[in-house]
Design a protein around this ligand. Structure first.
Ligand SMILES: [Zn+2]
Length: 221
């Protein structure tokens, strides 16, 4: 699974270093355990830590990363989306703290949204509600009734980043003619989790609408 032989030496050094730190830490915290149990336990901790570090360094393909997160059905849907993504010449850039499980969806160096993996789930989010952009207003003319419904049923009112805190969330926002009384996440206002079937098709459509909006903005300038 690790694959990269050239990093093996470096990993061993990390393991040694972690082992020493952990042994002294664990001995202080769990001095009642037997030595063998301590060593077995801390080796597992080391292994997990090194795996995580290794994952960041490994240049896995998105397909491989997706496969490591998702079960068969979800993976199938994601790969369908990713195939669409590539066919439509949409760009992506790694983003987020972990650097591995989240990508920005880009067209002509402009952000449309993100896609990301979580524990056996994946999601796509679109647009933002920052003042400089009027994504949801701008997309309206491209929407069929079904797509409008798709957006309205996937307005993100639960995200921890904005809704539970006070960062950028907006209140009493009218989106496509519908009033949202509570807070709406401003950085990920539209978010769809594990799309498949018809929902996946709408999800793709909305990416294409993002492309249209970016092209349109460019023509206005
Ligand atoms: Zn947010």
């Amino acid at each position: 699974m690790m694959g990269h032989q050239k990093n093996a030496g470096g990993r061993l050094m990390i393991i040694e270093e972690l082992r020493e730190n952990l042994i002294s830490y664990i001995k202080k915290k769990f001095y009642t355990r037997s030595n063998t149990a301590i060593i077995e336990w801390q080796e597992k901790v080391c292994f997990v830590k090194v795996m995580k570090m290794g994952e960041k360094r490994l240049n896995q393909s998105i397909e491989e990363i997706a496969a490591s997160f998702l079960d068969e059905n979800k993976l199938k849907s994601f790969l369908d989306f990713y195939d669409f993504f590539k066919k439509n010449k949409i760009g992506k850039a790694k983003t987020g703290r972990t650097g591995i499980s989240k990508w920005t969806i880009i067209y002509k160096n402009k952000k449309i949204g993100h896609f990301s993996f979580h524990k056996n789930s994946w999601s796509i989010d679109y647009f933002d509600l920052f003042n400089r952009n009027k994504w949801l207003e701008e997309c309206e003319k491209y929407l069929t009734a079904e797509l409008k419904d798709f957006i309205l049923t996937n307005i993100n009112t639960t995200s921890g980043c904005c809704v539970n805190k006070t960062c950028w969330s907006v209140e009493n926002k009218i989106i496509l003619g519908k009033l949202f009384n509570g807070r709406v996440c401003a950085c990920r206002p539209v978010e769809v989790i594990n799309p498949d079937g018809e929902t996946l098709e709408y999800a793709k459509e909305l990416v294409l609408i993002g492309k249209n909006i970016i092209t349109e903005r460019e023509n206005v300038l």
